[in-house]
Design a protein around this ligand. Structure first.
Ligand code: NAP
Length: 675
């Protein structure tokens, strides 16, 4: 028997007389789980005073690099986790979702951090808002890490992924985490946490772990802390009503149970590819993780005209499922997490009612009474509108088949789930599928709408993805996780800062229009480490002539009337006569600001936010005001990305075009040796 230990304030502590956990397959005792002796107040204090401070010293890219290292370290050796995971009833495929999927979430968030966040400690959200006529008073939203702790309370079903998919965005945000694992599978979570702590890759206290009760922890939380819960609606209700959430301002998010639906569209008759795909996905969702997935399909909603064919196809597929020892390669479905979980599921099946289509199978290589085995169970609702399948969640390999006559009726049935994490729609007629998708979207965090063209590449109904939101309204908890940067924001505070352009430049590290500029010579001759935001070039002028416009038009083939035909241009509601091509203005601007010789600027990789503000007529004298706006070092690459505020103006300083030029600029030390 393992004594599952908690890791708080830098030390491991456990108790052999805790709650006993049994192997889901054999029924043997495998672990004792208790948080007796763990000082949860000290853990909270440690997270805030040690880890939070250290994390906020790091940039987003520093944290992203650590996430990547942790993810790779975990993936390098997963065998021992698979062995532990089998004891929870999980097959190899189930374990891969949890273990490899969990490490994958770290890698995904590392990539999101490197690609979508600056190499800074502050994240700027949106544009500068002009708040005064003369531009001396402006506002901008900034996002900074909250000075608290990300407390996560997790369900038993994904002991690795459930922790890491929340840890990754919190860590990227710069906020330390305290994880409370669900007791039935805490030994798997402990093994992962131990690996991460032993690797020494994380700043001390960035991840703490509690096995057993967290009684008392919530009492010390305040408005800087977040509490993220995954589990049953009943526990979510208790936590949502806690004084920490109601009175102390703790940010609370819940992912609770969910009666997810799959809809077969009317056009998906038995002879269509979508019919077969639908049947496969329903069986897959019923049996993966023995149905103990918050996203599993519980309600199978099909046209009345096809119900007999669907029922027969489901039964045939379900008869081919091998249920038994999860460590065997041929096993499709393992055990539930424990006998009491199985009892709960069987009781829920009784409450859902209806008729039983199939609930028996042969169990291979196991004693189904000693382990928590049950057969995949398909029910059929006697009345689709009133069935308790819209209300009761059997958290196991169970689904209920029900019928509809019209698309509106199908949408209404889906909505009876009261808000779900995900629904699937299968059908070959895209206009029909689009109507169902739009009809059910307000009730879901994710809708997975499949036809034959996307099926092979589909990531599946039940798979939450780091880049897409996971959560749902109402019964599903009302929370939102993942979704790329959306979940990072959950751990941060958005603040509107008002002041002068110079103040905003000092706060954000990004040059703001109207802030001081300086001329240190041509900025393209400065290395990344020498450049400062506000370094500026005000170029020589150049006149754009009609000959330039003619030349550019014939050279590029862009003979649009506004450049070539004076009468037609005058007749338009926009122009007073022939105008220069916007791209000619841009090209000439580049000719004015680039430094021709090899130097620190390695390449231009694009422009952002391009606007042609005013038509440029022949005879206009243009020049460029080119200002270093943002710098972001690509750690270890020998270069950084530099964003330049670029304004093409006329002789009266009217802005003709504005945009950000994006370049890669070498560090001085790495000159000639950029990796
Ligand atoms: P649960 O009984 O609500 O337990 C979830 C977590 O809450 C466990 O860590 C549990 O700890 C803890 N907990 C229970 N009572 C608590 C309290 N008073 N104060 C603080 N923590 C408390 O749910 P479960 O049986 O583990 O999980 C199954 C349910 O989770 C299903 O309904 C399923 O739909 C839902 N689920 C939802 C999602 C989602 O993303 N929406 C994902 C997975 C599961 P102990 O284990 O130590 O009691």
């Amino acid at each position: 028997m393992r004594v599952v230990e908690s890791y708080t304030a830098g030390r491991w502590i456990g108790a052999a007389d805790g709650r006993l956990v049994r192997d889901a397959v054999t029924g043997a005792v495998v672990a004792s789980v208790s948080s007796d002796g763990v000082d949860l107040g000290a853990a909270h204090d440690h997270a805030r005073t040690v880890a939070g401070v250290a994390l906020r010293e790091l940039t987003f890219h520093d944290r992203a690099a650590i996430l990547r290292a942790v993810g790779k370290m975990l993936l390098a050796d997963t065998d021992y986790l698979y062995v532990l995971s089998h004891s929870t009833g999980a097959t190899r495929a189930d374990s891969a979702i949890d273990i490899d999927g969990g490490a994958g979430a770290l890698l995904a968030y590392s990539g999101i951090g490197r690609r979508e966040l600056p190499n800074q400690r502050v994240w700027v959200d949106g544009d500068v808002e002009g708040l005064s006529r003369d531009g001396s008073f402006v506002g901008q939203h900034i996002v900074t890490p909250r000075h608290g702790v990300a407390v996560q309370i997790n369900a038993f079903n994904f002991p690795t992924w459930g922790m890491l998919e929340k840890f990754a965005p919190a860590f990227l945000a710069g906020v330390p985490t305290i994880v409370k694992a669900a007791t039935p599978t805490a030994y798997v979570t402990e093994a992962v946490v131990r690996r991460i702590i032993d690797s020494g890759l994380l700043p001390e206290g960035a991840l703490q772990f509690v096995a057993g009760s967290v009684d008392g922890l919530l009492d010390v939380l305040d408005e800087q802390d977040t509490l993220s819960f995954t589990g049953s609606a009943a526990t979510a209700r208790i936590l949502r009503g806690h004084g920490a959430v109601l009175d102390a301002g703790v940010r609370f998010s819940a992912e609770a149970d969910s009666l997810n639906a799959a809809v077969l569209a009317p056009a998906a008759g038995p002879d269509t590819a979508e019919f077969g795909l639908f049947v496969d996905e329903v069986v897959n969702e019923m049996t993966t993780k023995a149905g103990q997935k918050c996203t599993a399909i519980r309600r199978v909603i099909v046209p009345a005209a096809h119900v007999t064919a669907v029922e027969e196809a489901l039964v045939e597929r379900m008869r081919g499922i091998t249920v038994g020892d999860p460590s065997l390669a041929d096993t499709d479905m393992g055990a539930l997490v424990g006998i009491s979980q199985r009892d709960d599921v069987l009781a829920a099946v009784g409450r859902v009612g209806g008729t039983t289509v199939i609930d028996t199978c042969d169990f291979v290589g196991v004693d189904p009474e000693r382990g928590a085995f049950m057969a995949p169970t398909l029910l059929r609702a006697t009345d689709a509108a009133t069935t308790l399948a819209h209300v009761v969640e059997p958290f196991g390999p169970v689904a209920t088949l029900m019928t509809y006559d019209t698309i509106d009726e199908a949408v209404d049935l889906v909505a009876k789930g009261g808000g779900s994490l995900v629904a699937s729609v299968y059908g070959p007629d895209l206009s029909e599928a689009a109507v169902v998708t739009l009809g059910i979207a307000p009730y879901h965090g994710r809708v997975h709408t499949i036809d034959a063209s996307s099926a092979a590449a589909s990531t599946g109904h039940g798979s939450p993805l780091p880049q897409l939101v996971h959560g749902g309204p109402g019964r599903a908890g009302g929370g939102e996780e993942l979704g790329g940067l959306r979940s990072v924001l959950h751990y941060m505070q958005r603040t509107a800062v008002q002041g002068s352009p110079d103040l905003l430049t000092a706060v954000t590290g990004s040059w703001v229009d109207g802030a001081a500029r300086r001329d240190k010579g041509h900025p393209f001759t400065l290395y990344f480490d020498e450049l400062e935001v506000g370094d500026c070039l005000d170029t020589e002028p150049r006149v754009i002539t009609l000959e330039d416009i003619e030349h550019f038009a014939h050279f590029t083939g862009d003979l649009f009337y506004a450049h070539m035909d004076d009468d037609a241009a005058k007749a338009s509601p926009i122009f007073e006569g022939r105008v220069a091509h916007g791209y000619l203005v841009l090209s000439m601007a580049a000719g004015l600001f680039v430094w021709p010789d090899p130097g620190p600027v390695l390449a231009n990789y694009g422009v952002d936010n391009l606007r042609f503000a005013t038509p440029t007529y022949p005879g206009t004298e243009i020049r460029v005001i080119f200002t270093c706006k943002e710098k972001s070092l690509r750690a270890g690459s020998g270069y950084g990305e530099v964003r330049w505020d670029t304004k093409v103006v006329d002789q009266d300083d009217n802005v003709l075009a504005s945009y950000d030029v994006l370049t890669m600029v070498a560090e001085r030390g790495a000159a000639g040796g950029v990796r």
